[in-house]
Design a protein around this ligand. Structure first.
Ligand code: SF4
Length: 131
């Protein structure tokens, strides 16, 4: 079972091969492939199996991009999906939840993120990728 923090469900759905390092990108692709093949995922708030291969992970579990900022995005994701940390789910169930996210929910998770600012992420793209 993979541990996945709330906002990373959005990141995985929108992943297009970009990342913070080669190791990060390779791990992200491997995690997505495994989940799409049916490996279950456990939702968490805080560092997960994506963060574990990220150069921005700080000793103690914080994030160089802002520990509180990313936790806030996790909580926004749980609210948008009607999910909670500790819950076990599947990629297919998560995909169904993501398809129901509206503009306000998307903004709480992805607003002001560097990838969205670079034009790599949007609600329209999320819906297109999941269709
Ligand atoms: S450590 Fe921060 S930047 Fe890296 S994957 Fe985790 S939340 Fe994202």
């Amino acid at each position: 079972m993979k541990r996945i923090r709330g906002h990373h469900l959005f990141c995985m759905a929108l992943f297009a091969g970009h990342g913070y390092s080669e190791e990060f990108t390779q791990n992200m692709a491997a995690v997505i492939e495994s989940l799409q093949k049916g490996e279950p995922l456990g939702l968490t708030e805080g560092p997960d199996d994506i963060c574990a291969h990220c150069p921005n992970l700080l000793p103690g579990g914080g994030c160089a991009h802002g520990t509180e900022d990313v936790l806030h995005r996790d909580r926004g994701a749980f609210a948008a999906l009607g999910a909670a940390p500790g819950q076990q789910t599947t990629w297919e169930q998560a995909r169904q939840g993501l398809l129901g996210v509206d503009g306000e929910g998307f903004e709480k998770v992805c607003g002001q993120c560097r990838w969205a600012a670079e034009g790599l992420c949007s609600l329209a793209l999320l819906q297109k990728r999941l269709a």
